[in-house]
Design a protein around this ligand. Sequence first.
Ligand SMILES: Cc1cc2nc3c(=O)[nH]c(=O)nc-3n(C[C@H](O)[C@H](O)[C@H](O)COP(=O)(O)OP(=O)(O)OC[C@H]3O[C@@H](n4cnc5c(N)ncnc54)[C@H](O)[C@@H]3O)c2cc1C
Length: 476
Amino acid sequence: MTPYEQVLAELPAEIVVNDKDIINGYTTDFRKKYTGESPALLRPRSTEEVTSIVKLCTLHSVALVPVGGNTGYCGGATPDVSGQQLLISLQRMNKIREVDADNLSITVDAGCILAEIHEAAEQENLMFPLSLGSQQSCQIGGNISTNAGGVSAVRYGITRDLVLGLEVVLPDGQVLSNLSPLRKDNRGYALHQLLIGAEGSLGIVTGASLRLFLPAASRVTAFLAINEISDLMPLLAKAQRYTGEAVTSFEYISGASLDLLFASKPELRRPIQTPSEHFVLIEAASSSPVLGLDQAIEAFFEDGMSGETIVDGVIATSEQQRQDFWNLREHIPEGEVLNGGSVKHDVSVRISDMARFIELGSDLVHRYGQGARLSVYGHVGDGNVHFNVLAPEGAESPAYLDEVSAKVSPCIYDLVAKLDGSFSAEYGLGQDKLPLDQIYGDPLKRHLMGKIKDVLDPNKVMNPGKVVGSQICDLS
Ligand SMILES: Cc1cc2nc3c(=O)[nH]c(=O)nc-3n(C[C@H](O)[C@H](O)[C@H](O)COP(=O)(O)OP(=O)(O)OC[C@H]3O[C@@H](n4cnc5c(N)ncnc54)[C@H](O)[C@@H]3O)c2cc1C
């Protein structure tokens, strides 16, 4: 028997899926960039069953690849091509364990879909703010393991800021658990923080305690056309001052991204007819019904119009109109796909450098991109932008993108490095960004990550080949 066959033979048959059609649903990543092979998908029903699986895999040195909703953008949940790695999904561990209104917290199984956590909080008239375009299918275990960002981070922070405690099955089978609503707990290292963003390389997250907030009692959403890219971030600062920091989302959408979308989906309607190269979707919310948010946003809007920062804009007057604005934002990636796909750069720079990055990066693409088209959009309120390059209209996309990305991507990443930014703002490293980490990453950080991996997972069972690579970085 091979080592993985030994593991499978010792597990209860009800948690082992051998059906190739089902397994194949998990062996290609969301972007269809990576395809691996796996002999089985394990679907435990409890933390105890996860423990048994992990112990057996460590005993027999069989690699285990955790998969959540498989919406990740870096191939982190895709097994390699050896056909020896087992997949583990927590889809059957999807219970809301407790909503604790007194402590503004919720404790959940890691297999819960993000949208289900939103619903559970709403039923108690509370709110969990993590919000992503993939929320109907991504799992909180995946969100935690990628330290997901999303559209509300400008106000509520990223996943790291929303997790109070975790339950994790470590590679040796021990269960590290601090599922507690405590806001303050300084008893030594915050070990659960180490697991956030670890992409399954240090253990399996089986449960989480998360922060809840009061829901919005008033909310204003506006779609704005702005004059110049240099107006972008001062506009955020202004909006924050006018609304008393009530801004929850500040999303940039380039005119080019919108044009791509409307060219491929003519049924969608433009919220603003005035032509512009730059648009902003801004949302502000308050849990206080007495704040006067409407008046604050209107005053901000008038100030922006009179200062010629805002060229045109529309404030949503109904929930339907608000949804329409968000619908446009969420469909931007689809617009790229329908136009032949793109080479993606998910980067971050200081908020104060955002406009400069977009300008300089666009110049680079125009200079070296041989007619490439650009689609730039994203969570600029957090200094994070998706800077994506498309083939010229009518060009053979895949071949063109391969050729051009080899020339243009290094220029873009060099620019990000010069601005002291990050080549991976919110999607993680997975297997996709490991080569970039070799070039732009900090060798000491990589060395320490390798050491930590070595201590916790000496047999290299947990998601090998992702995040830390396969070898400890040599500092000599
Ligand atoms: C339309 C769309 C919009 C998106 N928008 C955003 C966005 O705004 N912000 C953002 O940050 N991301 C975004 N993403 C990317 C993606 O949704 C996130 O990275 C998400 O957090 C991944 O969750 P998942 O459950 O799909 O994880 P998967 O893709 O299944 O896995 C991701 C990683 O986590 C590991 N993992 C999964 N579950 C566990 C577990 N229980 N224990 C240990 N490791 C685990 C996997 O091994 C893998 O390394 C978007 C994706 C799509 C398709």
